[in-house]
Design a protein around this ligand. Structure first.
Ligand code: DAH
Length: 348
């Protein structure tokens, strides 16, 4: 390469490199431009390699120019590199920017299940009257679920058709919270004033009004001198607390093995007030079973049935909730559908 050509090549390369440096958009691109302009196979390197073949004077001239160009290029590369790094930092900051004036995203608050709301209200009404909350096991022996409750061995409730038995002989899933009455009386002497909420189990095919698992609240009062009018007065007070001051209560004779006499309790319809509507038909809604505790039951737990009397009642929580909230299908309670559940008020 003669000196003229070498100098021309250097000027061309300088020109070309400055153009390319101005165009690059990324650090990677800048890197490859640097390799092509100054790398081993670059024309700049070729010029340097040819210096040795030049005359001394030419070598000085070309060499000086080559060094000047090298400094220019190094500076140009460095300037562009730091420019690109700053740009990248700015882009990152912009992308990460948090707008502190945006409203926060709130987590959705849960709400109590309608069955829980109704259970709490019923239990609260009885706590206000001096009752205590007790619980019993969901798996029961024949004694607690049937025998002690004066349900004879040939009673239809005992058959495999109605009850759900477990693998352990003589044990079943309790069919009613009445079984908790026996536990409560066994564990203390009168006076007894307890309510027992809980799950019960029956061999049912689910439909709009039946479920194999549902919830009841049992009530039991045993003391000296308890009469049928105490039962009526207590349930009236409960109904007024639960459904409103205007409530009336009606007792209709009925049969349950563990009470005598037994009754079904109707409350005046809380929709129409008792005049009759689509919900109640004749102005009354049946919400619970009740009666005076059968002396045989008191004797089964070792109480003196001459000295003590008592009343008991049992109520279906689903039934009250369906009436109260106008819920057409019992299965809605168990599906966990948030759009259903969120309608019943917030947790407190
Ligand atoms: N255990 C009854 C049922 O599941 C309800 C019941 C009726 C409970 C009368 C009582 C009662 O305590 O006295 O249908």
């Amino acid at each position: 390469m003669d000196p003229q050509e070498a100098l021309r090549t250097l000027e061309e390369e300088l020109e070309r490199a400055l153009g390319l440096i101005a165009q690059v958009r990324t650090l990677d691109e800048l890197e490859s431009v640097q390799v092509s302009v100054l790398g081993k196979k670059s024309r700049y390197t070729q010029v340097q390699r040819s210096l040795g073949q030049l005359s001394e004077q030419a070598r000085k001239d070309v060499g000086r120019r080559a060094n000047e160009i090298r400094s220019r290029l190094d500076a140009a590369f460095e300037e562009r590199r730091s420019g690109l790094v700053k740009e990248a930092e700015r882009a990152l900051i912009a992308a990460d920017r948090v707008d502190v004036t945006l409203p926060g995203r709130r987590g959705r608050a849960g709400s109590l299940h309608p069955l829980t709301i109704v259970e709490y209200e019923i239990v609260d009404a009885f706590i206000a009257m001096g009752y205590r909350v007790v619980e019993g096991p969901e798996i029961e022996t024949d004694w607690y679920n049937f025998t002690a409750l004066n349900i004879p061995p040939d009673h239809p409730a005992r058959t495999m058709k109605d009850s759900l038995y477990v693998d352990i002989p003589g044990m079943l899933l309790r069919t009613e919270t009445s079984a908790v009455q026996i536990h409560a009386m066994e564990s203390q002497q009168p006076p007894v004033y307890v309510v027992a909420p809980g799950r019960v189990f029956r061999r049912e095919t689910p439909d709009a009004t039946h479920s194999p698992v549902f919830h009841q609240i049992e009530g039991l009062a045993v003391d000296e001198g308890i009469t049928f009018s105490d039962l009526k007065g207590t349930l009236e007070a409960f109904a007024r607390g639960m459904f409103g001051e205007e409530q009336r209560v009606r007792l209709v004779p009925s049969y349950f093995p563990f009470v005598e006499p037994g009754a079904e309790i109707d409350v005046s319809c809380f929709r129409c007030g008792g005049s009759g509507c689509g919900l109640c038909g004749n102005g009354w809604i049946e919400i619970l079973g009740a009666g005076m505790v059968h002396p045989a039951v008191l004797e089964n737990v070792g109480y003196d049935a001459e000295r003590y009397t008592g009343f008991a009642f049992g109520l279906g929580i689903e039934r009250v909730a369906m009436l109260r909230y106008d819920i057409p299908d019992i299965r809605l309670f168990y599906e966990g559908e948030v759009r259903f559940l969120s309608q019943f008020g917030r947790a407190t």
